[in-house]
Structure formats: structure tokens, C-alpha cells
Write a protein that binds this ligand. Structure first.
Ligand SMILES: C[S@@+](CC[C@H](N)C(=O)[O-])C[C@H]1O[C@@H](n2cnc3c(N)ncnc32)[C@H](O)[C@@H]1O
Length: 302
């Protein structure tokens, strides 16, 4: 099955079949992340407040229901997913705000999915947030945001494009200025890309990065990805959502993201999700906690 807009297989994964919309294939993963943020919203000690997350899940009405409250979380794997998404989102929120408060006024969210940072973060005046994702995903997101009367707290530019196509051209058309420093975000993206597409993505972003740019990347690494995909709990969670993560994730061997960025001249540091959870006083729970704790958030500087 090919994407109606791009003509190629609708994800970087191994062998995805079926149309790519918000309730199927890789679109469903964006919805699942949103479901985790919706659940987080209902906690007294929430690390992230996403007031649109529940509306996305309800509007999409997936054939296999997703939880939107703690009461609806019915598996240990989902307990882990919620803690993981909360810590990941909060760590990346802090990194993006640090970069923009230090003077970078362009943010590019690669594979934005249902990320509503453009609406929910307190951006410095003059910040522009570019959101790249598939047009079907961005269209769905816009419909829900419009119905909710949501307004961004920055200048927001949606850039519908496949990241294996000429996204730098689409970004330039949307007003991106490569002469200015940028902070890039890749959250929940790398596992979906083939090895070459990942290397090409970093190379293209590097080319567009003026001195002083930063990059925030969630980089599982292949060992952690293998442990995740080998877990029976993950298979069960996928089945309960109506998808097979093995078909969506691409496990081609590749250079580890921090090494790839270092090779391009970036200064790279990282913290594990376990370290970040401790810094937020959050205990990672559920059956996947050890796998989640080993995930890494990369802070790279040009
Ligand atoms: C797990 S979701 C993460 C979304 C968002 N970054 C977040 O954390 O909420 C993965 C996203 O990657 C997008 N994606 C995957 N491969 C892509 C590609 N080749 N081009 C554009 N978007 C892609 C999907 O549409 C989906 O929205």
C-alpha cells in the first residue's frame, strides 16, 4: 500500500499495509502518544498538561479503544507508557524552552503528530514553531484544534510533508530561515525511519543549522528497541490497539544517533529516561519500566 500523497510506503517501517490515517498504521502511534498524555493530564502530579489530548482520542474514535484517564489504564504496559511519555514530553519541553529562552526563535518539530507544544508552552515572544508530519495527521489535528477554538502561543506553521521527501523545500516555503539558529525536535520518530532515511534526516537538518542551533532527539538505540519489540507485553499492547509494532518500527542496523550527530560536528550530551524521571520525582512504573528507563534524550549543539 502506498501513500496517496507521496506514492511510497506510508512509513519507514518494515512492511506496513493499509492506509495511513490517524487510526491506522503510524498515525495510530501518534494517537496512542496523545492517549498517554491524556491519562497524564488526569494525575494530580502531572508533568505535562495537554488539554487537547483527550479530544484527539475521542474525535478519532479508534476501533480499539485507547485510555484517556488513569481509571481506563488496564495493563501494566500502559502504566509504563504513561510514565514514559510524561517524562519524555516534560524533558523535551524543558529543553525547547531553554533553547528559545536563550535566544533561538525557530523551532522545527520533525514528525509532530498530535504534539500541541505550539499551544501549551509559554514561548518567548517572536517564536515560530514549524510542525512537519503527514498531511492526513496534520489535517486531523487542525480539525480538532479548530473545534476546540485552540490558539497557539507562538507563530505556528504546519508543514505537511513526508520526511523522506524534500521536506527542506517545504520548510523553506513555510518561511523557515536557515540563516538563523534553530532548535530541532525529533520525539518518537527515529524507530519509524529506515537507516538511510535517518542519516539523511540528520544530514539535512545539519545543513540547515546555523551556528548556535540545537537538536533535541529521543534516541532509544537499537538494543533498547530490540528489548522493547521482544517484550510479550508490547506485543499484547499492540494487539489491544490493533497494530503490530514490529511492522511499524524499522530495526535496520545503523549508527547510533549520538555518534551520527557527533560525526556531523555537533556536541552531544544525553540523559536516560531513568535519570530524568528521578529529577522530576517520578517513579517509572509498570512492566516495561526497565526498558523505558534505558531510553535516552539527546541534547546536541552546533
Ligand atoms: C509516535 S508518533 C510521535 C508524534 C509526536 N512527535 C509526539 O511525540 O507526540 C510518530 C509520528 O511520526 C510521523 N512519521 C513517521 N514517519 C514519518 C515520515 N516518513 N514523514 C512524516 N512523518 C512521519 C507519524 O505520522 C506520527 O505522527
Amino acid at each position: 500500500m502506498t501513500s496517496p500523497t507521496t506514492g511510497h510506503t506510508p512509513t519507514g517501517g518494515n512492511s506496513v499495509a493499509g492506509p495511513w490515517n490517524i487510526t491506522t498504521s503510524v498515525g495510530l502511534t501518534a494517537l496512542a502518544v496523545s492517549a498517554a498524555r491524556a491519562v497524564e493530564n488526569t494525575r494530580d502530579d502531572a508533568l505535562v498538561h495537554d488539554r487537547y489530548a483527550t479530544d484527539f482520542v475521542h474525535a478519532a474514535n479508534p476501533s480499539h479503544p485507547l485510555p484517556t484517564t488513569t481509571a481506563e489504564v488496564d495493563s501494566e504496559a500502559w502504566v509504563s507508557m504513561v510514565d514514559f511519555m510524561a517524562v519524555r514530553s516534560r524533558a523535551l519541553d524543558d529543553l525547547l524552552l531553554d533553547a528559545t529562552r536563550s535566544g533561538i526563535d525557530q523551532v522545527v518539530v520533525l514528525a509532530a503528530g498530535l504534539d500541541v507544544r505550539a499551544q501549551r508552552l509559554d514561548w518567548p515572544a517572536g517564536t515560530t514553531v514549524f510542525e512537519i508530519d503527514q498531511d492526513q495527521v496534520l489535517d486531523f489535528k487542525q480539525q480538532v484544534l479548530d473545534a476546540d477554538g485552540a490558539t497557539p502561543s507562538c507563530t505556528r506553521r504546519a508543514v505537511p510533508c513526508d520526511l523522506r521527501d524534500d521536506w527542506p523545500a517545504a520548510l523553506a516555503d513555510a518561511g523557515f530561515d536557515h540563516a538563523k539558529p534553530t532548535v530541532w525536535l525529533a520525539e518518537g520518530l527515529l524507530p519509524y525511519l529506515p537507516a538511510q532515511a535517518e542519516a539523511d534526516l540528520f544530514a539535512a537538518a545539519d545543513k540547515l543549522s546555523a551556528p548556535g542551533s540545537r537538536m533535541a532527539v529521543e534516541a532509544l538505540g537499537l538494543d533498547v528497541a530490540d528489548r522493547f519489540l521482544d517484550s510479550p507485553e508490547v506485543a499484547q499492547m499492540g494487539a489491544s490497539m490493533g497494530c503490530d509494532m514490529r511492522e511499524l518500527w524499522n530495526t535496520e542496523r545503523r549508527t547510533d544517533a549520538p555518534d551520527e550527530l557527533q560525526g556531523l560536528g555537533w556536541t552531544v550530551s544525553h540523559r536516560t529516561l531513568g535519570e530524568l524521571a528521578s529529577s522530576f520525582d517520578r517513579t517509572l512504573g509498570g512492566s516495561l519500566r526497565d526498558i523505558m528507563a534505558a531510553n535516552r534524550i539527546i541534547d546536541a549543539r552546533r
